[in-house]
Design a binder for this molecule. Structure first.
Ligand SMILES: Cc1ncc(C[n+]2csc(CCOP(=O)(O)OP(=O)(O)O)c2C)c(N)n1
Ligand SMILES: [Mg+2]
Length: 586
């Protein structure tokens, strides 16, 4: 009877998530989660990916959700298994990525009992989750089943809400956990009202006229009153030098059409973070999209007096400084009313749906473009012509990875130099390049898994450009290439340690090499062999371009290791920085 109930409970959970739109689940093996695992594995509408390492599993689900906007529920057993989800939960919280965690637990009487693999799983992720629930123990009572369906439907609604993020459902289950329930052996007394599809007869009658999830969430889009919109429009129209800044945002948010119409009616140039979703892809004629500003802003003397900001705080330090020192009126638009502006120089928080706000403001404004936008457009063109072919070795990799990416491509970049080099050397182009990174909490863990998860959620060509420490950190994640069947071109920029630390004053300290840059001397060819990836190594730009162009067009996964010298790279990076400023100021 308990086994049958467990199986039914698991099926209800999987079924309700499927009704709420879930198409993919990520499962890690274990015994306590058996009813959940079997329910997901057997559900006809849910694809499952199996991961052996919970940390990689959770980052895989994170990457999938970043790319698709939909959560891939995660299932694990009790004990340390759910602790291994934690880094990805932190990233999903900070970066606002939908995630649903189903952690199997022992029944409540075993709490604090010394029972095997039993830990306190209540509110395990603390404030990192948007919602936490302990599910009741399985019981075939109509009200309980309705409550279960409601909880599951709401979990998806909350995870994909105005501030997307993780939702944790802890699922106590008692033995026997193995399935012995069949369609014929549904326990007596299970009411019709909330049965999974297999048992469907006249159930879900109340949904007959609408179908879908047990509780449908219909969400409005917050807009401003006409008077508030007018006040902002007045400030924008009075601006002498205005800017639109698009910070990191994973899909959703501001649509391209709304951004372009705002840019057209305000005449403001758009500074597009590489992770904003707006640096790459076609824009309306007449819209100035700047992507090279990280390399040339310090040469621009003019400063903005009005800035409209979307998304998270920009990756570029020079841009953050430029905004901080401008003294401009800065409107930060955030539909959830969150605060993502750590220079504390923003002046106005606009709590509104980005697309609706941009469209309403575009309708209310009619402003001439002016000299500032023209100057930025000229600097942008000049910058790209000037740096083409003279990028430092690691910058060249990102420049080429973007320029030679097929249309469409999903490009994932690691922290910290790859994302910075993408920012500085990833030239805007019309092709549909979706650039993603883990910039919520900026960990170097789980990068490979996040990239492969993103690849699992799209038919695009998938490219990962990662540093060697980030690559090392998540080598376990490579198993998803074969287990989940994800093709990828993985470019490992191997500068034998953390090149990023050259950017910090610690570079001059005697502890730098051993304790900060941490050279390891690892040869990654062995990892390619272990995971059956095609492998190439080069330190030549021309050869890299050939290998890369070949790999992105080919089926199968390839690891391209590019050896660089981080010290020399940074010297060249700085030299080019100075040359750009001299050139543009001259
Ligand atoms: C989990 C985690 N540990 C440590 C750090 C601190 N950290 C930031 S960048 C970095 C070095 C990354 O090295 P690599 O991946 O080789 O990239 P590179 O800096 O060489 O481009 C480290 C250790 C972090 N961000 N996340
Ligand atoms: Mg490195």
């Amino acid at each position: 009877m308990v086994g049958e109930l467990n199986a039914l409970w698991g099926r209800l959970i999987a079924d309700e998530l499927a009704e709420a739109g879930v198409e993919t689940a990520v499962l890690a093996p274990g015994s306590r989660s058996t009813p959940l695992t079997i329910a997901f594995a057997e559900h006809p509408a849910i694809e499952t990916a199996s991961h052996l390492d919970e940390r990689s599993a959770a980052f895989f689900a994170l990457g999938y959700a970043k790319r698709t906007g939909a959560p891939a529920p995660l299932v694990c057993t009790s004990g340390t298994a759910l602790a291994n989800f934690h880094p990805a939960v932190v990233e999903a919280d900070s970066a606002r990525v939908p995630m649903v965690l189903l952690t199997a637990d022992r029944p409540p009487e075993l709490a604090d009992s010394g029972a095997n693999q039993t830990i306190d799983q209540e509110k395990f992720y603390g404030d990192s989750v948007r919602a936490y629930r302990t599910l009741p123990e399985p019981e075939a009572a109509n009200r309980k089943l309705r409550s279960l369906r409601t909880t599951l439907a709401r979990a998806v609604g909350t995870a994909t809400g105005v501030m997307p993020g993780p939702v944790h459902l802890n699922v106590p289950l008692r033995k026997p956990l193995e399935p012995n329930a069949t369609a014929e052996s549904v326990p007596k007394g299970v009411p019709d009202g909330a049965l999974p599809k297999e048992f469907e007869g006249s159930d879900r009658a109340s949904l007959a006229d609408r179908g879908g999830s047990f509780v449908a969430t219909v969400r409005g889009r917050a807009g401003l009153s006409d008077a508030d919109c007018r006040r902002i429009a007045d400030a924008v129209e009075r601006a002498e030098r205005g800017l639109i800044v698009c910070g990191p945002a994973d899909g959703g948010g501001l649509t391209r059409a709304a951004l372009d119409s705002l840019a057209c009616s305000t005449g403001f140039a758009v500074l597009a973070d590489p992770l904003s979703g707006h640096r790459f892809g076609a824009h309306d004629a007449g819209v100035t999209v700047c992507g090279g500003y990280d390399g040339y802003l310090s040469a621009i003397e003019a400063i903005p007096d009005v800035v409209i900001r979307f998304g998270a705080s920009p990756t570029s330090k020079p841009l953050r400084r430029y905004l901080r020192d401008s003294g401009a009126r800065q409107f930060v638009v955030d539909p959830a009313g969150g605060w993502r502006e750590a220079t504390f120089t923003a002046t106005d928080l606009v709590v509104a749906d980005e697309t609706r706000f941009a469209a309403d403001l575009a309708d209310a404004v009619d402003r001439e473009r002016g000299a500032y936008a023209n100057a930025l457009a000229a600097a942008e063109d000049d910058y790209w012509s000037f740096v083409a072919g003279s990028e430092p070795p690691e910058g060249a990799i990102l420049a080429d990875a973007v320029a030679l990416a097929p249309d469409p491509t999903t490009l994932f970049v690691s922290n910290s130099m790859p994302v910075r080099d993408l920012d500085r050397f990833g030239r805007p182009r019309d092709a549909d390049v979706t650039a993603l990174g883990n910039r919520g909490a900026s960990g170097i863990d789980g990068i490979t898994s996040s990239a492969l998860g993103a690849g699992y959620g799209t038919d695009d060509s998938l490219v990962l450009v990662t540093g060697d420490l980030a690559y090392y950190h998540d080598m376990n994640g490579l198993l998803a290439v074969s287990r989940a069947g994800v093709d990828a071109t993985i470019v490992c920029v191997n500068n034998d340690g953390g090149g990023i630390f050259h950017l910090l004053p610690i570079e001059e300290h005697e502890t730098f090499e051993e304790w900060f840059r941490t050279p390891h001397g690892l040869e990654f060819e062995h990892s390619a062999a272990l995971y059956d990836l095609a492998f190439a190594r080069t330190d030549d730009r021309g050869e890299f371009r050939e290998r890369y162009a070949d790999s992105v067009e080919r089926d199968g996964a390839q690891l391209i290791e590019v050896r660089t010298d981080s010290g020399r790279n940074h010297e060249e990076r700085r030299r080019l920085e100075r040359a750009v400023v001299e050139h543009l100021s001259g």
